[in-house]
Design a protein around this ligand. Structure first.
Ligand code: SF4
Length: 331
């Protein structure tokens, strides 16, 4: 039996693991797989509109590339495009399991959703709680790595990679824990950065974003959504853990985390990444209204690949301006 379950976004991984299944984050599989740009084009050939999100198209192709037979789709709390994606996948003969984070964030409602999700996968919430306890030391180690990045002792790229993989543990929990331990003990210390950035938004479709920010003299000391994937609040139960997870609950709720962390981490500038054709682009309005006192650069990405010449120039100019400001220079 194929134990793999594709996931379109972060779902309670404790439930998936308790059911003896292997989660496969289709976003990570897409962007780390061979020729992600071609995967997007393949979905367009299958009929997906050019003016739709590249992640959705890439996920669609990744399911067939990997031969995944069953997919869990986050139908509330991620993206309404996922609903249509699940319908198309079901029509292709792929098994689909919708998972909906409750809009009202009521604990009793989330408990009901978790119990139903566990039952759909053939396990129970109690079993999943045991997995939460097993994962707790790994999540604590991820918090330690995050703090080392904040202190300039570890590379932001190493944290990004491990944090993004916390959605499915790279398909190998033991291997993941060893890689994390190795990074904590022997990871590379980066050269001192001249400015400290926050990265807000969904993971970038750009393949060279962190290389370029480092080249321009900046470090990302706050990776908002990747950090959310690590469930950094170390909650006492799954209901509390997935209530504290900000990503499914809109920008106003996310700002509660963002505003405090931007200050605590002494961030000099914010990159807000938005995906072309994504409704989250509209949330940039709220971000700019509520996060004042720190410069914000909004970067939009469409297809997987390196930053365009125009975006490289905007990024470099933004970082240069921050460096000038920090050194007390004028413009
Ligand atoms: S980037 Fe936006 S549109 Fe694309 S899958 Fe994510 S939430 Fe949906």
């Amino acid at each position: 039996m194929d134990r793999r379950l594709g996931i379109t976004a972060t779902v309670p991984t404790e439930v998936v693991l308790a059911a003896g299944r292997v989660p496969v984050d289709l976003n990570n599989a897409l962007i780390r797989g061979p020729d992600p740009g071609r995967a997007v084009r393949e979905a367009e050939l299958a009929g997906f509109p050019r003016n739709s999100c590249a992640w959705i198209k890439g996920i669609y192709s990744t399911v067939s590339r990997l031969g995944i037979g069953r997919v869990i789709g986050v139908s509330r709390g991620d993206c309404s495009n996922t609903e249509a994606l699940l319908e198309v996948l079901a029509d292709d003969g792929i098994g689909t399991v919708p998972f909906a984070y409750p809009e009202n964030r009521r604990p009793e409602e989330l408990r009901r959703v978790l119990v139903g999700f566990a039952s759909d996968l053939g396990t129970s919430l109690n079993e999943a709680e045991r997995l939460r306890e097993r994962l707790a030391p790994i999540r604590e180690d991820l918090c330690r790595l995050d703090e080392l990045v904040v202190a300039g002792k570890r590379r932001d790229a190493a944290y990004f990679e491990l944090a993004l993989s916390a959605s499915d543990w790279g398909g190998d929990l033991e291997g993941y824990a060893s890689r994390l331990e190795e990074e904590l003990k022997h990871g590379e210390e980066p050269p001192p950065a001249m400015v400290r950035l926050a990265y807000l938004g969904v993971p970038p479709v750009f393949t060279d974003f962190l290389d370029k920010t480092a080249e321009f003299g900046a470090a990302v000391v706050y990776a908002e959504i990747p950090r959310q994937f690590t469930m950094p609040y170390l909650s006492a139960g799954l209901v509390e853990q997935y209530l504290a997870y900000t990503y499914p609950y809109g920008m106003v709720f996310r700002l509660g985390d963002i505003v405090g962390e931007v200050e605590r981490r002494e961030v000099d500038g914010v990159i807000h990444y938005v995906q072309s054709f994504c409704f989250r682009h509209i949330e940039d309005i709220l971000l700019r209204r509520r996060l004042t006192g720190v410069p914000i650069l909004t970067l939009e990405g469409d297809r997987p690949g390196p930053l365009s010449a125009r975006d490289l120039l905007r990024l470099e100019s933004f970082i240069e301006t921050l460096i000038l400001q920090k050194s007390g220079g004028g413009f």
